[in-house]
Design a protein around this ligand. Sequence first.
Ligand SMILES: Cc1ncc(COP(=O)(O)O)c(C=O)c1O
Length: 442
Amino acid sequence: MTFHSRNKPVSLEHHWMPFTANKDFKASPRMISSASGLYYRTHDGEPILDMTAGLWCSTLGHGRPEIAAAIAEQFNQYDFAPSFNFGHTISFELTDRLQAITPEGIDRFLFTGSGSESVDTALKIAYAYHHARGEGGRKRLIGRMRAYHGVGFGGLSVSGLTPNRTAYGAWLPSDHLRDTHDLARNAFTRGLPEHGAELADELETLLKFHDPSTVAAVIVEPIAGAGGVLLPPKGYLKRLREICDAYGILLIFDEVITGFGRTGSAFAAQEFAVTPDMMTMAKGLTAATVPMGAVGCTAAIYDAVVEASPGGVELFHGYTYSAHPLGCAAALACLDIYEAEGLYTRAAGPIGKALEEALHSMADLPGVVDIRNYGLVGAVEFKPRDKPGAIGTALMKQCWAEGLMVRQIGDAIAVSPPLVVEDKHIGEFQEKFRRAAETALG
Ligand SMILES: Cc1ncc(COP(=O)(O)O)c(C=O)c1O
């Protein structure tokens, strides 16, 4: 089949697609040609319900005219301005706005171009912080099994997904907590699991093993997303906070997925009432309309690095696209929409419950071993058949054939719809997913 872009035929061979089975995809492409609201359209015009908000990022659905207008207006005013040694006011407007919605205490922000860059930036700030305080020996980082922190070498070192690391190694000194997925005790939990807070105590064991004075930071996703929607057991994050405090170690929440309303609060830190020292953001910051990320940190971290500096550049770090004006304009338009439409807390209301009901109604499908959910994110996990991931892949493809975009993670299917999802979309998801599962599972 020949595909066209802007009326010209295109070949498929030159594009090396990311995190994709290239040969398989090119043999049978799933090609998108337009998007509006909660629907994509395929190249032949078939609607596809977007139950994943793209890659957990199109939090406002697709094609919001307010965002387009804000980007266009900014483009006409100034399309780009450097933020090394020069400033432009829109990024300062955005940091004022971020300060107002992030947890109390998180009030200094740096901008990046993506979640991966945000993670690597946060890790570097942790190093810079300890170095500035005369504790430059703190270089070890603690991550968690099944974590995803993007694809930079820093993020890889703390990530816990083997295939992402296999060819590349993990170059920063690191160690990993166990993941919090406990099917034996927590299967089919709605909301936070009851069991497993004690898994956080393992942090103390790791710290003692490595010598806590060599550890810079602990980084976790409050809800592990790309590792399979793994929820923190009740009390787990609070315990991590206490242990970090006891040993002078920074706690970083990677809120690239959980930020901007996914859990029912603006940030998971607020939802779970645990404030980290740093938090990473991206995705929902601009609802994916312009690539952009950010790192928020405490004034204590900023002061240790910046105020205590003898002068000159204090942090040798930044990106050409840090605080890109078009990203800032998009982010401000998104924040306006989140606030005007009450979207930070919408996931905690009836729509979150509707998604929960829809997901848990799948319990009778053959081979389901777990269903879990929180706010507007959830997953249905199947028992592997033949080889790991085979069921997940078959289901993802069959969902596409039914007009439904879902995210495959091994043999789990994750959903994270745009925050503006409505009951009718959830009903459509339920119908299409069941049909797809019945076909794919035979
Ligand atoms: C928790 C988390 N951190 C970091 C990233 C990396 O973000 P990006 O793909 O924008 O680099 C992701 C992406 O899914 C993520 O889920």
